[in-house]
Design a protein around this ligand. Sequence first.
Ligand code: ADP
Ligand code: MG
Length: 211
Amino acid sequence: MVETSLHFSGLPWTKRLNDFDFSFQPSIDRTLIEELATGRFLDEGRNVIFKGPPGVGKTHLAIALGLGCAERGQRLLFLTAMELARRMKTAFAQNRMPHYLKMLTTPKLLIVDEVGYLGLDHEQASLLFQVICSRYEKQAATIITSNKAFSEWGHVFAGDAVALDRLLHRATVINIKGESYRMKEKRLTGLFPGAVALPDSSKGGTRTKTK
Ligand code: ADP
Ligand code: MG
């Protein structure tokens, strides 16, 4: 069941809550994330929005919640906003839009990653809104990650105030303010003067060695 859910989920990689270093990102309310991990938001059809600059763990946390959904045997679908736009275009060109919208509405959880990095065109934004509205009516949860402030969302979402209202109503918003985790990794690699990163065959990662 989990395998099947995962196979069709579109998750780009797997990361768990256990892999997340909360001490690195103190602006995140850990209790809130743990509450989300109980899966109650799925039953309540509550939306979750992760906001913040690149590298702070938005996608990581969205994926971890998605894995939890799959482990409960419930279907989820993960898409980047860009991929969503691309697929909508294809569906439109093939006259399959009603079918595609239904596909986006059925899973227990829909994750739309990186909303706002690249603008959807007006038509795509309003279609995404249709999806959000019909999911809202079915009490099906949607997770969105975005680097944009809400004040800019009107622009991203083609100014559809009703849909934006539905997205935000009953939503849990996690506003991450912090440094990119990738910067931490970079800094660790260059921690000592003259340090070089070597592949660590025992762990499949990299380690640092001082010359
Ligand atoms: P964002 O989506 O906010 O741009 P990501 O979730 O893609 O950031 O995080 C970038 C990389 O850093 C990923 O490999 C992710 O697993 C890792 N990462 C980010 N924050 C943390 C953290 N606090 N603890 C452990 N790994 C993290
Ligand atoms: Mg991301």
